[in-house]
Write a protein that binds this ligand. Sequence first.
Ligand SMILES: *Cc1c(COP(=O)(O)O)cnc(C)c1O
Length: 373
Amino acid sequence: MTGRIDVSSAEVTASDRRAVLGVLKTGRLAMGPVVAAFERACARVAGLPHGVAVSSGTAGLHALVRAFGIGHGDEVITTPYSFVASANCALFEHARVRFVDIDPVTWNLDTSQLEAAVSRKTRALLPVHVFGLPYDHAGVSRVARRHGLPVIEDACEALGASWHGKPAGSLGAAAVFAFYPNKQVTTGEGGMIVTRSRRVAAFCRSVVNQGRGDGGFLEHVRLGANYRLDEMSAALGVSQMSRLASILKRRAAVATRYASLLRDIPGVTLPAEVPGLVRSWFVYVVRLDEAFDRDAVSRAMAREGIQTRPYFPPIHLQPFYRERFGFRPGMFPVAEAVGRSTIALPFHTLLGRSDQERVARALRKVLSKGTQG
Ligand SMILES: *Cc1c(COP(=O)(O)O)cnc(C)c1O
């Protein structure tokens, strides 16, 4: 056996390094032209006029919650099967989160349950393109239109995805992409708000920049945070975005290879493919038959030198959410069943065939030994 195969790994090329060093040489390290160039590059991918760079995806979601005036006494609807930031962003402003269970095939929000979750307090729908697969936007926008609600798209996992030809990030009133090192494109830490609304863009630009308005550097017209991205991070982002098509193509090729290697392993369900939806490959998550103990499988894979992750433990069952809001197992049964049985396999842009064969061999072996629940 050779070395450990990590669950993710960022591709950083020589030109990425040159781009970051180039910024360091100019001496302009913050609030400069490279951030602006990164904003344009990300907005272009979504086909939108405005991008506002931020220091993380979470910061971007928080800024949008502020931009839509969501606060105490309000409710935001989202999915429990996501990264915790999708829900936390509402809590920061003392709003409530109402979860809607997920579809057992796509693992995205089950939009047939959405209408029933809307109340007089609902102020926004916050669907997530989970694992880069676009959510059912027809179902979301039907409910949004009926109730006059904005759609805040958590597109943090979906840079480059599309829903019936429309880019993820362009479907709602505003969206956020994220650039943590396991994402398709990385800036180390970072995020990007994209929107077609001049008002939302201007508000976000202010609120992530200490509440500055059009006045001077020391004039603050609203309560703002410092959620800015710096020039070095933006340089890495611009450099990576310049090869986005290649990154997405290579990730899709890795996913296709996995599908052929894993297809015939009994008890393994591959990521869903939905006609009309183009997934941007963020992670490669498979579902194990409920007869298997996912965590035992994960430990056995680790013994084979292969790192995996239990993506996603449902948000409502996180200790903080249980304690603060009284969520209990059984409330969102599909998200819980999926959350118990899904496992992220090693996946990144540079993952090669021989490593993937090793992953597949190990999974086949581990599952054949019957790591039963
Ligand atoms: C990555 C991610 C975020 C943002 O994460 P940060 O670490 O704050 O950049 C938000 N939502 C989802 C679904 C994500 O996967």
